[in-house]
Ligand binder design. Structure first.
Ligand code: 13P
Ligand code: SF4
Length: 347
């Protein structure tokens, strides 16, 4: 096993990213992962954007909200978080007495990087009476300055539950913020101009072209996508039938996929990270799920390779820690998040 740099197509916004490679995710690997997992009394959680073999070996695969709730309730001694760093940090905030491991601590997130704690502190000082709502895709330090966190599946419910006359600072995702503003009809939401480079790259013109080529297809769109505003605009203009447009978190996509399968739908165009297709095809194999942008692959999620997971369970590394005072400040906002909205999708 070795740390390989310049893996083909494996670049982030700041250039090439290394990852652990040299192990095939075959049956022998799966048996060894299960043996090591039992030995550590570990639970393996995987986000819907992980590589297929990682999703398949996990005890639970799901969206950010579902995985946070499982992390808060598990009785395992060790949580192995196959996702990106802020997700493992959130698990540690919710379960401070557990050991939390991530198979590669360098698995970051361009969206979480787009709002620092210093920037949020300054923004708050300009709006001292505002309620701060932060997306789960933030660092623990940003969560510590937040009143309530949210995920894509409960962002609208979280904001709708706040007093109508209170100003809101919503960050860091501008596209999710615009979606929340539209859905709640509130005009007192200030939105940070951050974005995820993967979802922002799924553009309006690309969606319009794919929708035109597939006039009968349903559209599953993650609200972080650059095309989210265009989809609503095109539906409003009558270019796309509004009935075809579904704005969904990754977990909600799975629920809707089952419905699409039962209704005998032919094609569904999917606007989100391409790892999602593995879960969608699993729950509704009769539907043709096609990516709006097949290059929308998150290089950070793909750092959790079979080699990285094996190393993680064998050596007990990389351990994720959050400073106690930061975790204590962040916990209230994260606990409020997991108490709001639908169960979160996955499995
Ligand atoms: P959800 O799983 O909450 O939809 O989040 C998507 C995402 O981008 C995670 O990084
Ligand atoms: Fe972050 Fe985007 Fe990757 Fe999700 S897909 S982890 S938001 S960079």
């Amino acid at each position: 096993m070795e740390r390989v740099f310049r893996a083909p197509g494996h670049t982030g916004p700041e250039g090439d990213i290394g990852r652990w490679e040299g192990v095939v995710g075959d049956e022998e690997w799966a048996a060894e992962i299960c043996r090591l997992k039992e030995r550590r009394n570990a639970v393996i959680l995987a986000h819907n954007y992980e590589l297929p073999e990682i999703q398949d070996i996990a005890d639970h695969t799901g969206d950010s909200l579902a995985l946070s709730r499982i992390a808060a309730e598990t009785d395992a001694d060790v949580i192995v978080f196959c996702g990106v760093h802020f997700m493992a940090e959130t698990a540690k905030i919710l379960s401070p007495d557990k050991t939390v491991l991530i198979p590669d601590e360098d698995a970051g997130c361009s969206l979480a990087d787009s709002l620092t704690a210093d920037e949020l502190a300054e923004w708050k000082s300009e709006h001292p009476d505002a309620v701060v709502v932060s997306y789960i895709n933030t660092t623990a330090a940003v969560k510590g300055l937040t009143d309530v966190c949210c995920t894509s599946s409960n962002a609208v419910d979280v904001v709708a539950g706040l007093p109508a006359d209170r100003e809101i600072l919503f960050g860091p995702d501008q596209f999710l913020g615009a979606h929340v503003r539209r859905q709640t009809g509130r005009d007192n939401i200030h939105v940070w101009a951050g974005e995820c480079h993967v979802h922002a790259g799924i553009s309006g013109p690309e969606l319009a072209r794919r929708a035109e080529e597939n006039p009968d297809a349903d559209l599953f769109i993650h609200p972080e996508c650059g095309c989210a505003n265009s989809a609503i605009y095109l539906a409003g203009e009558g270019v796309i039938d509004p009935e075809r447009v579904h704005m969904l978190s990754t977990g909600e996509m799975l629920t809707s996929a089952k419905t699409a399968g039962e209704a005998g739908r032919g094609t569904v165009l999917v606007a989100t990270e391409v790892g999602m297709l593995h879960q969608l095809r699993g729950v509704a194999p009769e539907v043709d799920f096609a990516p709006v942008n097949e290059r929308a692959s998150c290089p950070y999620m793909k750092m959790i390779t079979p080699a990285a997971l094996l190393r993680c369970l064998a050596l007990g590394t990389d351990e994720v820690d959050v400073e106690v005072d930061v975790a204590d400040k962040a916990r209230r906002a994260v606990e409020r998040m997991i108490s709001v909205g639908t169960p979160g999708g996955g499995e």
